[in-house]
Design a protein around this ligand. Structure first.
Ligand code: MSP
Length: 511
């Protein structure tokens, strides 16, 4: 019996161009939380996919001389392939052009009509195709005769067309009440405050259908309108659990979602529109929306329109996927923006992976191979220094579950890497190589504790660098059933007599 159920989602990606580092970051972050919860004894369901409707995609298809579906089939595959290259552990990959999704969106629309939250009128205002977002006049600025959103910097155009509206204005107080009762619904706190301020300033009714193009899900019983792409896209989180079949096991088990991991640019959609739609349809809103920061190149958001993109696939090819995962997760802290560069990537690989964790594993494995014929035996009570290392490790590991439940991932990583540092220091101080002749028993004890520490560190790092850590855990012959956090409750990982296998270099130092 698992501890609890954990449903985690990434944003579903617009297949409107090549995947970039921002996409990779969002996905890896969610994957790390998914993997951590799996080793923390939760039943995890992890979803990603592609968001294929709307004017942005219709235009991208036209530019490529393809009909929208053929275009989406092609680009969606590229994103699917990205999930493999990033070593994501997603349980599903949803496409909003799938039948299961249409059924779910139709049902949600019907619910909103029945609750009296939808009415027909005309939209007159600003729209950004690149953000697929409506902007108020006070959010639009002029530059060189062109209009842009002051919020995102994207170009906006004037739109006048028949449209169905969702009565968002009526949800202002109910939303504020919901945020108050669910303090941790939006994290980090700075984003929660930003959303509350925006909602308090008043909400306008939201246009939820378009009539000037056709690429989307048609409004039930009204072919002239396609459903606004954000109402369509957000519903993917329900479609993947087989909504509208609320008796389905997946739905019963995993809804409401434990966390939607998203970038801060799409916070409004997830933290305002989405809970309002769900509350109106009498469906429970998700437990949490975590808005991470942006990956910056220098001072700017990395994005296709700015042309400052670091290609994740090239980086993986040159440095390796664990290296990229570790770097992105460590570099960008708890919801803030993070500037990335090749030189800081190389420094990070050398200092944390090659010199610290990699070196710890390599030095102990080769010592055990060369001096103990691969087998180490623990044979005495712990020394004061052993106890000190174990206590220091315990003190650090006690905080780790809390860090993860607050999405404070880089505190988590720093803490685990510190355990590796302390273990390296313990070995330097204990100098097992000096005991080879006169005190084999003591030497074995030091090596045994070092191997136990390596097992703990490897399990703790496994959500972040799954490939390297599984090589180490395999070389330690640790059963899959033990590759979880039960050791935090004082369970030993390796037996008193432990035999290791060959371990090749884990991380090459970059010179
Ligand atoms: N299709 C919508 C999401 C719909 S979810 C119901 C979308 N897609 S996107 O492809 O434009 O972006 C996907 C994710 O990548 C978003 O969380 C976005 O914030 C993130 N990033 C895109 N560029 C980014 C950076 N430069 N840095 C970090 N993440 C950013 O939005």
């Amino acid at each position: 019996m698992k501890n609890s159920n954990f449903y985690i989602t990434t944003p579903i990606y617009y297949p409107s161009g090549k995947p970039h580092m921002g996409h990779a970051y969002s996905s890896i972050l969610a994957d790390v939380f998914a993997r951590f919860n799996r080793i923390n004894d939760c039943d995890v369901y992890f979803l990603t996919g592609t968001d294929e409707h709307g004017l942005k995609i219709q235009k991208a298809a036209e530019k490529n001389g393809l009909d929208p579906l053929t275009y989406c089939n092609k680009i969606s595959e590229i994103f699917k392939d990205l999930t493999k290259k990033l070593n994501l552990s997603n349980d599903d990959f949803i496409r909003t052009t799938e039948k299961r999704h249409y059924e779910s969106v139709n049902e949600l629309w019907d619910k909103l009509v029945k609750s009296g939250d939808i009415y027909l009128s005309k939209y007159k205002g600003w729209y950004s195709v690149s953000d697929e977002a409506y902007y108020n006049p006070d959010e639009v600025v002029e530059k060189d005769g062109k209009k842009f959103s002051s919020f995102s910097g994207s170009a906006v155009e004037w739109v006048e067309e028949d449209s169905f509206f969702f009565k968002l204005s009526a949800w202002k107080n109910k939303l504020l009440d919901f945020y108050e009762k669910n303090e941790n619904f939006i994290l980090p706190i700075s984003r929660r405050n930003e959303v509350i301020k925006f909602v308090k300033s008043g909400l306008k009714d939201l246009s939820v259908s378009r009539t000037s193009f056709t690429w989307g899900i048609k409004v039930p019983n009204n072919d002239k309108h396609v459903i606004y792409v954000w109402l369509d896209a957000l519903t993917n989180y329900l479609s993947a659990l087989n909504y509208p079949n609320t008796n389905d096991n997946l739905f019963k088990k995993f809804w409401p979602a434990s966390i939607h991991v998203i970038g801060k640019d799409i916070l409004r959609f997830h933290a305002i529109y989405w809970p309002a739609f769900l509350l109106a349809a009498k469906i429970k809103p998700p437990i949490r929306v975590f808005g991470h920061g942006w990956i910056l190149s220098g001072e700017e958001k990395m994005s296709k329109s700015k042309g400052n993109i670091l290609n994740p696939l090239e980086i993986i090819e040159k440095y390796g996927i664990d290296e990229l995962r570790y770097y992105l997760m460590k570099e960008v802290s708890h919801g803030s923006d993070g500037s990335i560069s090749l030189s800081s990537l190389e420094n990070c690989i050398n200092s944390d992976l090659a010199n610290n964790y990699g070196n710890l594993c390599q030095r102990i494995f080769s010592f055990v191979k060369n001096n103990c014929s691969n087998t180490v035996k623990r044979s005495k009570n712990l020394s004061i220094k052993d106890k000190k290392l174990i206590n220091e490790t315990d003190k650090i590991t006690k905080k780790l579950r809390d860090y993860m439940s607050n999405q404070s991932l880089n505190n988590y990583i720093k803490s685990v890497i510190n355990i590796s540092f302390l273990t390296n220091k313990y070995i330097n101080d204990e100098e097992p190589w000096k005991l080879k002749i006169n005190n084999i028993q003591e030497m074995n004890n030091i090596l045994h504790l070092s191997l136990e520490q390596i097992s703990k560190i490897s399990i703790l790092l496994s959500p972040i660098i799954p490939l390297a850590t599984s090589k180490v855990l395999d070389a330690l012959n640790i059963d899959n059933k033990l590759r979880n956090l039960s050791f935090l409750d004082k369970k030993k990982i390796i037996p008193d007599i432990v035999t290791i296998n060959e371990l090749n270099i884990l991380f090459k130092k970059i010179i």
